[in-house]
Design a protein around this ligand. Structure first.
Ligand SMILES: Cc1ncc(COP(=O)(O)O)c(C=O)c1O
Ligand SMILES: N[C@@H](CCOP(=O)(O)O)C(=O)O
Length: 430
């Protein structure tokens, strides 16, 4: 499959090139040249397919022939070596748990998939690649884990100082080897802007091959479409009008859901559920897209003021505002309301949600008020123990540590503090 830049000022390129570059030379995000819906027989037969078989069929057109089919089969099998259960809370609301991977956040799938694609492209170990990642909490840990020890790949993670949870910070600063962490005096948007600037800096790009492991990169972004298919498989016999509430920050996940819908998955509607960083909620009300500085919230991984992927969503709907509005609703919730929702979910359903999942739950409730016949699935995008302080404060109960979290608790943080783009540049050139 070839990809084009959404800025339309760079040549189209292959999947391999799009993965190795991350961002197009004109700073645009890559987008597939075509999307061919899967045959109806795929959806009719979905109950008989394993997760790996579903994923293989869904992603094949986007990555072959650069990744041969036999290699792709292995990549999806290795990537998806954990579960994606749906828990039904009541007749109208279910949650899809995306936190059973090694770092207990939904980013594990994209990070593991991309690491394996890059490992395959660099199998002869001829071209060293430096992977830059900006994180508001979870991408960093998932990429650190997914890329640890991958030959020929150096990873540099930028995270906003004091704005990620203690466990998230441990996950991204303690692994060593080919993984380095930079603690940025700024916000996630500052980190993301520095990464994008680095891609355009010839003093760097003439000396090293830089790529991104954020959802900017198609190999990180596209595998997220699997989740919606896994949920559909588990629910479609019981519920027809399926809608998804996606806790959203950089808008990669909800955009990936829309790609699943383009492939033919019968999803009725999407809800982008936001904390107070609500550029898209405001856009859908006003048709005026106005990014603004992010504010800090208890659902910190969604503290994004200028989401990278919204432009891909605009592309999916061919920049037709009415078509987008027909398929996407968006709501924004305060921390106070989020905490009330965490308590409500615990008291009503005996279920412990993390703050991001709770924002998703609130999105379901808001949508269901107007659309009572829908079945709303909110994505539980991270495990509650990653946000221990707020979870224990709200439900007033101690949480046990899962083994994945225990494994990093006693490790020592190693991070270099930086404040400005030149610090990043110096670090990379050292
Ligand atoms: C736990 C969690 N929930 C939600 C999000 C938002 O996802 P996206 O950036 O794809 O919108 C993130 C980070 O991206 C996250 O880590
Ligand atoms: N919420 C993310 C922010 C980056 O999103 P990405 O999907 O573009 O990598 C995080 O947890 O780091």
């Amino acid at each position: 499959m070839n990809y084009y830049s959404l800025n339309k000022q760079a040549p189209n390129t292959s999947f391999k090139d799009a993965v190795i570059k991350g961002l197009a030379p004109d700073k645009g995000l890559y987008f597939p040249e075509s999307i061919t819906p899967l045959p109806q027989s795929f959806f009719d037969d979905i109950d008989n397919l394993s997760h790996s078989e579903i994923a293989f069929e869904a992603i094949k057109q986007f990555v072959t022939p650069e990744i041969p089919e036999a290699v792709l089969k292995t990549i999806v099998e290795e990537t998806l070596s954990f579960d994606f259960p749906v828990v039904q809370l009541n007749e109208n609301i279910s949650t899809l748990e995306l936190f059973h991977g090694p770092t207990m956040a939904f980013k594990d799938v994209g990070a593991r998939f991309m690491a394996r694609c890059l490992g395959y492209f660099n199998k002869d170990n001829t071209n060293e690649v430096t992977v830059l990642v900006a994180t508001s909490g979870d991408t960093g840990g998932a990429v650190a884990n997914g890329f640890l020890g991958v030959k020929g790949v150096n990873v540099v993670i930028l995270y906003p100082s004091g704005k990620v949870s203690d466990i998230q910070e441990k996950q991204l600063t303690t692994l060593g080897q080919n993984i380095k962490a930079l603690e940025v005096n700024g916000t996630f948007d500052d980190c993301q802007a520095m990464v994008k600037t680095a891609f355009l800096d010839e003093a760097l790009t003439s000396q090293m091959q830089l790529t991104s492991a954020n959802s900017i990169n198609v190999a990180r972004w596209l595998p997220q479409l699997f989740y919606f298919m896994f949920a559909y498989k588990q629910l479609h016999k019981k519920h027809k009008n399926m809608v998804f509430s996606v806790p959203s920050g950089n808008f990669g996940n909800v955009g990936a859901g829309m790609m699943a819908q383009q492939l033919g998955l019968p999803i009725k509607h999407f809800i982008a559920s936001n904390n107070e960083n609500n550029v898209v909620t405001r856009y859908l009300q006003s048709q005026n897209y106005q990014p603004q500085a992010s504010v800090q919230t208890i659902s910190n991984a969604m503290d994004v003021g200028d989401p990278s992927n919204f432009i891909r969503i605009q592309e999916i709907y061919k920049n037709n505002f009415e078509a987008l509005k027909d398929n996407l609703s968006s709501y924004s919730f305060s921390d106070e309301t989020t905490k009330e929702a965490m308590l409500e979910i615990y008291e009503l359903f005996n279920y412990v949600a993390d703050p991001h999942g709770a924002v998703g739950y609130l999105g379901c409730k808001a949508y269901l008020k107007e659309n009572p016949n829908a079945h709303c699935v909110f994505l539980e995008t991270a495990h509650p123990t990653k946000f221990l302080d707020v979870v224990e404060e709200v439900i007033k109960e101690k949480q046990p540590f899962p083994t994945q979290i225990e494994a990093v608790m006693d490790k020592e943080k190693v991070a270099t503090k930086i404040s400005a783009y030149n610090d990043l540049k110096d670090f990379l050139l050292k």
